[in-house]
Design a protein around this ligand. Structure first.
Ligand SMILES: NC(=O)c1ccc[n+]([C@@H]2O[C@H](COP(=O)([O-])OP(=O)(O)OC[C@H]3O[C@@H](n4cnc5c(N)ncnc54)[C@H](OP(=O)(O)O)[C@@H]3O)[C@@H](O)[C@H]2O)c1
Length: 225
């Protein structure tokens, strides 16, 4: 049975220093003080003195960007979060946040997979030294059946999931957070870090459609693609 994060952290024998703990504050806290209060509540529920990474989960249409960035900067200064960043920020908003220079943005967590390459965003994150964290990196398992993916997997004697992850990891400053319930698939996904795709493989994946988006709630911002 899945445990709530606080309970799982309390129960595990894995040392805290070996866990990378990320949390996000929901988009209905568009101003600094409410954002800060929600984060403190989250720390209390996690029963942790700090998290490794704190993100703005989604940019609300009412987001007061300077105010929330100030909250993030203060939380980081106080070491309640060792790094801070954003999620679901399209390139224009990310540029705005960077131009304000209030908080050092470590990453932008967005949907990215073989059918959504986020090149416009990478053109901002890579030169800026910002990590793009790919969520839904397996396209919820739905982009893995494509014949091109199967052909590449066969060539390397690996799974299509590993090909999808290796493609993401071949990009500079990109990390991926696949979700898998079972230990076997978790191990399979971790092993993808060792797979090196050829230039021909990369070109074949580059030619796949790049406009397939799985996570697009009503409150989502205007995306780059
Ligand atoms: N920041 C945000 O707004 C945001 C939005 C969405 C998601 N996320 C985060 O992104 C992470 C993953 O995203 P996701 O769950 O949407 O999508 P995903 O990781 O692309 O896909 C998960 C699905 O793929 C299956 N799977 C896992 N490993 C596989 C493999 N090697 N081969 C074939 N299928 C495999 C899983 O099944 P089993 O579990 O049965 O193995 C599950 O059904 C989550 O931690 C989530 O919290 C963040």
């Amino acid at each position: 049975m899945r445990k709530r994060s606080g309970a799982a952290l309390a129960a595990t024998s894995v040392p805290r220093g070996e866990i990378f703990l990320t949390t996000k504050v929901w988009w209905d806290k568009p101003k600094g003080p409410a954002f800060r209060a929600a984060f403190e509540d989250c720390l209390a529920r996690l029963r942790q003195p700090y998290v490794n990474l704190l993100l703005i989960h989604w940019p609300s249409p009412e987001l007061d960007l300077p105010s929330v960035l100030e909250a993030l900067a203060k939380i980081r200064e106080e070491r309640l979060a060792h790094a801070v960043g954003v999620a679901n920020f399209p390139s224009a908003l990310l540029k705005q946040a960077l131009a304000l220079g209030i908080a050092p943005i470590a990453c932008n967590q967005v949907e990215q997979h073989v059918m959504l390459d986020q090149q416009t965003l990478l053109d901002v994150t890579q030169p800026g030294g910002i990590v793009l964290t790919s969520y839904t990196p397996l396209g919820k398992g739905e982009v893995l059946d494509h014949p091109v993916m199967r052909e590449i997997a066969e060539e390397h004697g690996v799974t299509t999931g590993q090909v999808a992850l290796a493609w993401l990891l071949s990009k500079n400053l990109v990390s991926a957070i696949p979700k898998a319930r079972g230990v076997e698939r978790q191990a399979e996904n971790l092993a993808a870090a060792k797979l090196k795709l050829s230039e021909t493989n990369l070109e074949a994946i580059a030619a796949l459609p790049k406009d397939r988006r799985f996570v697009n709630p009503a409150f989502a911002p205007a995306w780059d693609v």
